[in-house]
Design a binder for this molecule. Sequence first.
Ligand SMILES: *[C@@H]1O[C@H](CO)[C@@H](O)[C@H](O)[C@H]1NC(C)=O
Ligand SMILES: *[C@@H]1O[C@H](CO)[C@@H](O)[C@H](O)[C@H]1NC(C)=O
Ligand SMILES: *[C@@H]1O[C@H](CO)[C@@H](O)[C@H](O)[C@H]1NC(C)=O
Length: 352
Amino acid sequence: MKNLRLFLPLSIFFLAIWTREFVPCNPLKDDYCQGINQALSSSFTDEFREPSSFFDVFSERGETKYTNDGLKIIINKRFDNPSIRSTFYILFGKVEVIAKSAAGRGIISSVFLQSDDLDEIDLEWIGSAKDTVQSNYFAKGDVRDYSRGGYHHVEDCHNQFHNYTIDWTAESLSFYIDNLKVRQIFNDEPTNVYGYPQTPMAVYLGTWVGGDPGNQVGTIQWAGGLTDFNDGPFTMEVNRIVISDYSSGKYYKYHGKSGDWSSIQSIDGTVNGRINQAANEFSILSSEDVPQNKQNVDSNGDQSAEKDRRSFSQFSGKFKAESVDNNSTKVEVAKSGILFLFIGGYILSLFI
Ligand SMILES: *[C@@H]1O[C@H](CO)[C@@H](O)[C@H](O)[C@H]1NC(C)=O
Ligand SMILES: *[C@@H]1O[C@H](CO)[C@@H](O)[C@H](O)[C@H]1NC(C)=O
Ligand SMILES: *[C@@H]1O[C@H](CO)[C@@H](O)[C@H](O)[C@H]1NC(C)=O
């Protein structure tokens, strides 16, 4: 009966194989990783007056509040790092964020795009730098080179809303602040020795404490010094987001281990297949008046009419995001049930 004790290692082995199919994993490093990402393949705008079906809470430490003035992402105390993450991925696209960054020494506000193989596009604001935003990009998690960071002037970013827009294509990556292009990187630039981001990305919004005393000295310095939590709460505000996906399809799927965009297949669609349509949708959605300029949009009637215009729904991202939510919840429930069975089985095997 002792060999029942094999049950634990065996069950962990199978559980590991099985959970990898559902948990985000690196398709270039992990042989069991399916490398399938839910596609947005649409455009939408959200003013975050209520929890968005396009986003999940990514970190529960800290506060995310949905108000008539939009999303507030709040650090109240040490170890808070509130953030939300999109339920979908885009494979090239345009992202507009109308935001105010959080003030406070050592506090970092961030908007970033990241793929499962760790391509990344970043916007970061330092809580003691009241007129600077940093842009950056990485490929395949290669962080050897921090010299690519860009610093851009922006007026009083903790107290004024500004329009930060990222336009990401196979050829180039552009950053705009209030309609001014402040930076453009080309995929084929010889200086891109550490690569160019080109795999399907999810969108994250959040704040974290760079000035935590437990961080490395370099991080604390970069963040502007140690955070004094008595100065809190520290709040980043997002008034509106507009996102357009340049590719069409249901899922984006990795093939092979190159991580080149040409190796990504769209299931039931085409990579870059809706680039013109998306540009058109984006300009319609982003030309809607931004919330802080709107006058008294507080009657329910107005808001629901507005909601109807929020997504291009012949291929509705909203619906898809909901259906994924439902299924992943089921998967989670099923997973914890089976985990209990495994643990129960193991404990039983100790007594037999
Ligand atoms: C934000 O900037 C982008 C890029 O310039 C632009 O396309 C978009 O219309 C702007 N949004 C607003 C509300 O001005
Ligand atoms: C998800 O589940 C909720 C509650 O179970 C249900 O009301 C909703 O219609 C479901 N959404 C989809 C897309 O199936
Ligand atoms: C969710 O599950 C239902 C059945 O359980 C299935 O028909 C549907 O295709 C699933 N949706 C996704 C997005 O996986």
